[in-house]
Design a protein around this ligand. Sequence first.
Ligand code: HEC
Length: 194
Amino acid sequence: VRLAFLIFPLLITACGGQEGEPRAVKAVSGDGGAGSALFNQVCSTCHEADGGGKRAVGAPAIANLAPWYVKRQLTHFRDGVRGAHAEDVEGQMMAEQARNLSDEQISAVASFIATLPACHGSDGLGNETLGAPALVGLDDWYLERQYGKFREGIRGSHPDDKFGVQMVRIAPVLENDDTLRDVIAWLASRSPKG
Ligand code: HEC
């Protein structure tokens, strides 16, 4: 079940759409400060305005990352601790972005990223703006069956089902049935009240 803690954040942050696909949320209202300005002007080019990431440029979802972790990674990128290896093409791309950031800018943008929403919420209680329902409070057998349907394209393949389409797209992330059961067991162990 411990694994679910690693996989679940991955699932809920991977809610970004692909290029040209309708997105439930495009711009996210920010803190109005330096963090949001920097994010919207620079980071969103690759990581998207909702922090959902853009696979085409190799930029991962970062919306659900904790500020302390974002800070550490940005500092590492800036100082050549990460992304300096000659064969780390993506790391170099990111390091280039962090090169001129001050400690204050890093803190500000990390705090801003923490305000970005994740699809089903880090607590699994859902997010209406993104059209993502609560997963907590549902029966484990039902979650497993629905996930299977999304994975097989039995649910969510109708062109009018724009939310279902997003689940179909993300469903292959959990290709291993044991991992899927771990995630579901974790969700089933949570209380709907949070
Ligand atoms: C030119 C595209 C591009 C821009 C602009 C960009 N990034 Fe990145 N970012 C990437 C790529 C590619 C990676 C993956 C690097 C790797 O594979 O190691 C990455 C990785 C990261 C990571 C590490 C995620 C993790 O889980 O370890 C963080 C944090 C991050 N970026 C934050 C930012 C912030 C904040 C900004 C704005 C200041 C920004 N990025 C701007 C392309 C970009």
